[in-house]
Design a binder for this molecule. Sequence first.
Ligand SMILES: Cc1ncc(C[n+]2csc(CCOP(=O)(O)OP(=O)(O)O)c2C)c(N)n1
Ligand SMILES: [Mg+2]
Length: 660
Amino acid sequence: MSLDTARMAPMANAIRALTMDAVQAANSGHPGMPMGMADVATVLYSKFLKFDPATPNWPDRDRFVLSAGHGSMLIYSLLHLTGYEAPSMDDIRNFRQLGSPCAGHPENFLLGGVECTTGPLGQGLAMAVGMAIAERHLNADFGDNLVDHRTWVVAGDGCLMEGINHEAIGLAGHLQLGQLNVLWDDNGITIDGSTDLSTSEDIPARFQAAGWHTIACDGHDFADIERALAEAAASDKPTLVACRTVIGKGSPNKQGTSSTHGAPLGDDEIAATRKEIGWSAEPFVIPDEILADWRSLAHRGEGEHAAWTSRFHADPRRAEFEGRMAGDIVQSDAVTNYIDGLLAEPVKVATRKASEMALGVLTEAIPDLIGGSADLTGSNNTKTKATEPFRPGSYDGRYIYYGIREFGMAAAMNGMALHGGVIPYGGTFMVFTDYCRPAIRLAALQQARAIYVMTHDSIGLGEDGPTHQPVEHLQSLRAMPNVLVMRPADVVETAECWELALERKDCPSILALSRQGLPQLRLEKVSGNGCAKGAYRLKAAEAGRKVVLIATGSEVSLAMDVAKDLEAKGVGVDVVSMPCAELFDEQDVAYRADVLPEDGTLRVSIEAGVTFGWERYTGLDGLNIGIDRFGASAPASDLFKLFGFTVDEIVPKIMSKVSN
Ligand SMILES: Cc1ncc(C[n+]2csc(CCOP(=O)(O)OP(=O)(O)O)c2C)c(N)n1
Ligand SMILES: [Mg+2]
């Protein structure tokens, strides 16, 4: 059935009523945006969005991204009204309370139908670009029968002011992602007041310059909204629809002002709004007829889903598609054989090169992998033979030239990972994890499998100097929950870390890789993955053990040299390689106590970064060799000398401690 516009007004008012009542009950939240966009959302869900409330994870559903995540009551209302299993009305009553899936901002892991976690403005839009990339790629691979859906974004003025939107729309415009449509809540208001206070940009002109199609509509005229969305859906360019709206629409005394943005309307104004919009139902009650109209929307999606299911059953690549969407990696012996080859013929290479070698094997074996780099392909070594460029019109490619858009890249990777069917990896210099950080944080929060190839991971990069030399980055990233920070020591550990990163479906991984060549330290075959426990004894003490050296990445070979010197002096030394502290922390006490014994042995950390936090493993009476200042511009070997990363400097420090 098709709803006429007369019936849409009460449907949209249901969103307004739920929003103002939930925000009032919570005594916190943002009523203005959902009330302002209620009419646009009603048209989108009634006539355009492909969704099936009974199966929120149906792979060919349209993706709806509420980039203006503060307006979370908009999506909670929509999910409830259209008949998703959750949120229930009780969940909405408990908006923003402990245990309710209706969290302050929408969380992808709490509700089906919430495609990504939003709230940090601009990132939803940038993740949507990644979703649209994943969609086009899977479409190119599996065809229209299995994959042909759109990505719809609701973005506010804030999303379109944030710098990341520039990266996101630049990339989407260049790639001509025609299935991507952004509905801009063009209300002219942000928290501080009118947008005149801070901007005089011509936003549609900016989008057009980036290769987008743009349309404007009256966001409170159902017919006009429908016209605009139909035009957006028909365009083969990504499209911006500027929906002219009134924030807090319906509230007679507050609409159009920033006072509706982020505070409850208050009982009196809610009563006045009820009168204004003709809503007489009690709070949290939706009149049957109106709810029936909302629930009827599910039929369109159910039909589309059923038709899709029969095409899916008939598709010869059904099992493959299912596996891809489940994110399961097809296990093969490829990596084991590759490592066996390294054990037979050891090589000295930079771990960035080792990553390229491992990726050569992995991208060949795992079609899910989509790589890329923020304009450092030749430095990050992210491109492999198996990965052709992903280009406008050639969406079967598996390598994305992101341009110099680190944040945009990292956010797009989140969108790809959340879309499913692909596993994104992307590279830049380790120091620019700072540019990616807000998206890395959202990957961790969203439990998204994004893999960052962060090369040039220390002063070892040399001449580019302190702007490019990460110092605090490793430890600050280790401080972030649910991220694996991996710093492999050699070519074998690099392959093992890649395997571990791919196996973890529910968290991002950062590979910190060296610019400089590193000797192969692992020469013996081990059973399983040698890095799986995060840290392990690479060398056991020969003389009676007095020292445990704990090192990561490029400093592990230095630790081996230090150990050799100390053993020659009769001091027994274990060398522990710690490629991933987070995995080590997950091990049982017995394993951790065996690797780092509490028996009076001196523990020493060696890492070319800040010492902050290393006392976690070395104790308060341990020794921490690191760099607690910014680096300097010089060849790497001079810098390692300057900062005391030599056998001659480290051995006396240890000797003075052990002889005390
Ligand atoms: C990165 C980021 N900076 C700041 C905020 C805080 N914040 C939330 S909403 C908002 C104003 C957004 O204005 P707009 O998108 O126009 O939303 P509207 O007031 O129209 O609902 C701000 C500054 C945020 N959520 N994310
Ligand atoms: Mg606004």
